[in-house]
Design a binder for this molecule. Structure first.
Ligand code: SAM
Length: 274
């Protein structure tokens, strides 16, 4: 079992992945990147040399590698207070000026965040008026998001979060139980466009009234966070909102002065300058 990886080996892996496949992990936060890499070596029973060989000889391995490298942990109505602010302040704020609008979930993982938004919009009676875009780097996790089907054991936490969010129904009303899985109503995902999108490359593909990128930038170093935040600024309409994870912040970044802090605890910002 590989106990440790030195920087030179990490560099060999990131350079190979970048050169051959175009994914750039050089600006990911070093400590978590290293932990994930050690985990891959252990899970796949590989040495650094055999990992490098597999990556260079077996192109089909890259998707499995990305799936293991990225941290996909997520929940429905994660941080219920955040969702209450979305429902009671942010979405009503957007509705003051637009009857229809667009939301981007960047780094959507297996889709629980998107599903939470769809339920929130449905309970507000505006589900049909909002276009949702959900993206992630990891195509395997995007397939899970599209299926909107989760192990039933996850539903206890999801239900608890939904109760703390003070939803209008019981979460059970939105899914059917089939073979130990919670299969969510397909209609909820009807207005969602899924796409593979790499935040590091930063391609801007639309303009939005609200961007959620929660618990994604914690895996990036400061300079990459800064670049990604610039892209979010560009992707937002003026007076649009940006929501990031509760452990993240944008007060230090280059575009900080172009945003207003709307809620400091739940990390919601409003774009006030182009
Ligand atoms: C911890 S999950 C966050 C999920 C959800 N936003 C939440 O807060 O519960 C982080 C997600 O970011 C994605 N990710 C990591 N690097 C990315 C990149 N460069 N571009 C797009 N997504 C990325 C991962 O694949 C993973 O699904």
């Amino acid at each position: 079992m590989v106990q440790d990886i030195d920087i030179a080996d990490l560099k060999k892996i990131t350079e190979l992945v970048q050169g051959k496949y175009g994914y750039d992990f050089r600006n990911y936060a070093m400590s978590s990147f290293k932990r994930r890499m050690l985990r891959i070596l252990e899970l796949k029973n590989l040495t650094i040399e055999s990992l490098l060989k597999k990556l260079s000889d077996q192109p089909s391995f890259i998707e499995e590698f990305l799936d293991e490298l990225t941290v996909n942990v997520t929940e429905m109505f994660r941080d219920p207070g955040f969702w209450r602010i979305m429902r009671d302040e942010i979405i009503p704020g957007i509705l003051l000026n637009h009857k229809t609008f667009k939301i981007w979930h960047a780094g959507c993982s297996s889709g629980e965040e998107v599903l939470s938004m769809a339920i929130l919009l449905k309970e507000m009676g505006i589900h049909q008026d909002v276009q949702l875009f959900a993206s992630d780097l990891d195509v395997n996790i995007l397939e899970k998001a599209k299926a909107a089907t989760y192990p039933i054991k996850n539903m206890e936490l999801n239900e608890k979060n939904y109760i703390r969010y003070e939803g209008k129904k019981s979460l059970k009303e939105y899914y059917k139980e089939e073979n130990g899985k919670a299969v969510f109503d397909k209609e909820l995902m009807q207005n969602v466009s899924f796409r593979k999108h790499d935040l590091v490359k930063g391609e801007i593909f639309n303009k939005f009234d609200l961007v959620l990128c929660r618990n994604v930038m914690i895996y990036f170093n400061q300079s990459l966070q800064n670049e990604v935040l610039k892209k979010f600024h560009e992707s937002l309409f003026k007076y649009g909102y940006l929501a990031i994870g509760s452990k993240e912040s944008l007060i230090w970044c280059d575009v900080a002065s172009k945003f207003l802090v709307v809620n400091n605890e739940e990390k919601v910002y409003k774009k006030i300058k182009d």
